[in-house]
Design a binder for this molecule. Structure first.
Ligand code: ACO
Length: 311
């Protein structure tokens, strides 16, 4: 009976074991996972655009090769994640349709422009740094296929973060103009990076249930704090100032205190009116339409192969 199945599901979660695609699961658990994994996949795919903007203008062959490889990794992450979502009974084509029809979200961070080459380094340092903080706990997510996808993604994400930091180290040891570029980029990306963790816990409708199901392992505010604590020493090593006058070590708490991100800006960005939302979606839609002939050819080829086998 449904009651027995539900009891098995609850026991599996309580024992910290994994739910696999063929196991019974509550519909709301399935829906939550589809929502989060699809958003995550879309973020990887849309996330190729801000950095892709610099591939043709990277300052050396070495930097260009690094950036190309990194952007390709993001496409790969999107693919693992769409595959993980498909184990829940949706298909990738349907998810892509929803993304380009503006019916599913992707991370707010990718709606900000990349105005200077320093942004490539700062995205690696701050954006990939925040992504790792958020995603390492997802390696222990209760849903097996998502948890397993996250293990590989996190390894590559750590490499991306190092890549960004190394680029910034080169720039801060360069000319005064390069140091200024790094500072200016940090000023633009700091607050949006903090927003990646989602709304404050009091305004996060999904956290409580997702924690009970062990999809999420920490709240949005816990991870944001962890990120700040991890990043301040790195900013000091780089000689970059984080643009927050309220940022200071709190001896009693054993953590850094920090200011409040502009949550009105966050709401505007996730509801579609951030600086680049329209551009990002239009570009994704165009790429999808331009790829129609490839999908068509793949389908025709598959049909021919099936006909050969069965005929
Ligand atoms: N950007 C866009 N939307 C966001 C963001 C954000 N930074 N933060 C929260 N939201 C959305 C949520 O998706 C939710 O919307 P929905 O109910 O319409 O789906 C709403 O705001 C309320 O937020 P929460 O209740 O806190 O939602 P949730 O429990 O899903 O937590 C979080 C949000 C932390 C982003 C979670 O979904 C998560 O960990 N996702 C996986 C990681 C991920 O997607 N990373 C992508 C960026 S990193 C990268 O790709 C390099």
């Amino acid at each position: 009976t449904e009651q027995e199945l539900s009891a098995v599901f609850e026991q599996t979660i309580a024992a910290d074991q994994r739910i696999e695609p063929r196991d019974w699961m509550p519909e709301a658990y399935r829906r939550t996972l589809i929502r989060q994994i699809a958003q995550h996949a879309h973020s990887e795919i849309i996330g190729m655009q801000p950095e892709g903007n610099w591939i043709l203008r990277a300052p050396s062959l070495r930097r260009k090769a690094i950036l190309l490889a990194k952007v390709q990794d993001e496409a790969g992450h999107g693919m693992y994640l769409y595959a993980a979502a498909e184990t829940l009974g949706v298909d990738r084509a349907e998810l892509t349709e929803k993304l380009i029809a503006n019916k599913q979200k992707y991370s707010s961070i990718f709606n900000y422009p990349t105005l200077s080459y320093a942004d490539v380094g700062v995205i690696g340092w701050l954006v990939d740094g925040a992504a790792i903080c958020n995603q390492v706990p997802l390696c222990r997510c209760s849903y097996g296929p998502y948890a397993r996808a996250m293990i590989r993604i996190c390894k590559e994400e750590s490499f991306h973060q190092r890549q960004g930091y190394e680029l910034l180290l080169a720039m801060v040891n360069g000319t005064e103009a390069q140091r200024e570029m790094v500072q200016e980029s940090t000023n633009r990306f700091w607050w949006p990076s903090l927003m990646m963790f989602g709304p404050p816990d009091g305004d996060s409708p999904n956290t409580r249930q997702s924690m009970a199901w062990r999809i999420k392992r920490h709240t949005n505010d816990e991870l944001r704090q962890r990120f700040v604590d991890m990043t301040v020493p790195q900013s000091e090593a780089l000689g970059v100032t984080l643009p927050d006058p309220d940022l200071r070590w709190n001896e009693e708490r054993g953590h850094y205190d920090f200011g409040e991100p502009d949550w009105d800006e966050f709401k505007a960005v996730i509801s579609g009116s951030g600086p680049c939302n329209a551009q990002r979606l239009a570009h994704r839609r165009r790429a999808h339409e331009n790829g129609a002939w490839v999908r068509e050819a793949a389908r025709a080829y598959a049909e021919k192969q099936t006909a050969k086998r069965t005929g």
